[in-house]
Design a protein around this ligand. Structure first.
Ligand code: HEM
Length: 449
């Protein structure tokens, strides 16, 4: 890749675009961006240009070499995709930061999310899974998505926020509504001031309540005689120091906690609901998973997680905004200000990269880690998802506990369609499932008990 910063040589050369009017592309994007992108790819190849609401005249990349180059581009050439969630999560949110500030913050926040640390959170996830599962109706069908949302919310509040007691209760009760409100206004224009009754005013009122709760959590963690040994991520943030010895400010801590909740709660729950949706339609894989969990193994379960994330990526797009005079990626020269989108879903459905891509086939990942070039559900490069190891551990523990304790029934129902309530995709019927405690199982895959 070469980044050309000389103004007079920046002759744009963009991937092919559609002759469809902007209004038609916009309507198709809003109705189903998956369909619009599939149409574009069929007509124009792996890289193309679209003109859509939010991102404007944006380049969409499907070529993995170019995507890799984009992910590796420095902050002198690209910034985070715009608009992004930083608008509502705060100025200090990881999504809002760029360049040196972003690097400093990631350096501080990466160690708490290191793979080895994750083991300390396993017991919280297992506990939350079993507590939630005990409330499920045995033998009757229900949507797995809402329960998965509760598990992943509680997991983040306890493992990341270190919340317990009264604060945990308040956060548990109010956060889903606050987050939904935030994601709704994230696509609305911001008025110059908060007029009474406006969604932004309600959002700012709730944000102040959130900040007060974070202050209480910080005070409680610091007053804990065992503060130095606490393993929740808030305490790790409180104990960390930048290279110059300064600590994270309260604002930074509150914005990052909110960011982790917004980025990590629904995404993980949706992926788990997809895992249920896929497994209930693949009896052979499910039977092998039961055999494996009974023998104390986890290799196939890990491959299942990889394959669910490949075939049903809940975040279908990530991207960057060109900030250099122009950015050259392969044959394309993309001018300053353009958004470059990475079509995660299209890359991971590419037959050339994943033969029989439409098959749910976890065996393709058995015994090997996915390639970071073609398997990109967590994005890539300097902005790759910081919670990837946490999400992976969480999904593994939730599935492990369900397999250990519950017999999941098969279904002959059609595959659930993709559905998006905003940013992330989930199974349209909520990942419906029928299960019963193992040993008591009388229907479906009763031979698993
Ligand atoms: C299955 C679950 C998850 C998926 C699919 C997912 C996916 C993603 C994606 C695609 C990005 C953008 C990466 C890029 O632009 O290259 C991202 C960023 C991010 N994610 Fe996740 N994520 C998940 C779980 C989590 C969790 C559990 C946390 C934290 C507890 C988290 C925190 C973040 C943060 C802070 C960023 C911003 C990173 C930056 O800009 O430097 N995510 N995630």
């Amino acid at each position: 890749m070469s980044t050309d910063t000389a103004p007079d040589v920046a002759v744009p050369h963009l991937p092919p675009s559609s002759r469809l009017p902007r209004s038609v592309q916009g309507a198709l994007f809003i109705a189903s961006r998956r369909r619009l992108f599939a149409l574009m790819r069929r007509r124009h190849g792996v890289d193309y240009t679209v003109n859509v609401p939010m991102f404007g005249n944006a380049v969409v990349l499907g070529d993995t070499d170019l995507i890799r180059q984009l992910f590796l581009s420095g902050s002198d050439a690209v910034h985070n995709i715009r608009p992004n969630l930083g608008r509502v999560l705060g100025r200090a949110s990881m999504f809002s930061l760029e360049g040196e500030e972003h690097r400093r913050q990631r350096k501080l926040l990466t160690p708490p999310f290191h793979g080895r640390r994750m083991r300390e959170y396993e017991s919280i996830i297992a506990e939350e899974t079993l507590a939630e599962a005990r409330t499920w109706p045995s033998g009757s069908e229900f949507e797995s998505l809402a329960p998965m949302m509760r598990i992943t919310l509680n997991a983040i509040l306890r493992a990341v926020f270190g919340a317990e007691g009264e604060e945990l209760e308040v956060l548990r009760r109010h956060m889903p509504e606050w987050i939904e409100q935030g994601s709704r206004i994230s696509v609305l224009p911001k008025p110059p001031f908060d007029f009474p009754g406006s969604p932004w005013r309600r959002f700012h009122t709730n944000r102040r309540r959130f900040d007060d709760l974070v202050d209480t959590l910080v005070a409680k963690a610091q007053a804990d005689p065992d503060f130095e040994n606490r393993s929740d991520i808030l305490s790790l943030m409180l104990r960390s120091r930048y290279d110059d010895g300064t600590a994270l400010s309260r604002k930074e801590i509150a914005d990052q906690l909110l960011t982790m909740l917004a980025a990590g709660h629904e995404t993980t729950a949706n992926t788990l609901a997809w895992a249920i949706e896929r497994l209930t339609r693949h009896p052979d894989v499910l039977r092998r998973l039961y055999d494996e969990v009974d023998a104390g193994g986890s290799e196939l379960r890990q491959a299942v997680i990889y394959e669910v994330q490949r075939s049903r990526p809940v975040i279908d797009l990530c991207g960057r905004t060109v900030t250099a005079e122009s950015l050259t990626l392969g044959e394309w020269t993309i001018p300053r200000g353009r958004v470059v989108l990475v079509s995660i879903a299209q890359v991971q459905a590419d037959e050339a990269l994943f033969p029989h891509a439409d098959r749910f086939d976890p065996d393709r990942f058995l015994g090997s880690k996915p390639s970071t070039i073609s398997w990109i559900p967590f994005g890539g490069g300097t902005r790759r998802c910081i919670g990837a190891a946490f999400a992976n551990m969480e999904m593994d523990v939730v599935l492990r506990e369900l397999l250990r304790h519950y017999a999941i029934e098969m279904t002959t129902a059609a595959d659930e369609a993709w559905h998006s309530r905003g940013v992330a995709f989930n199974p349209a019927k909520g990942g419906r499932v029928r299960l019963s405690p193992r040993g008591v199982a009388s229907t479906g895959v009763a031979d698993v008990g």
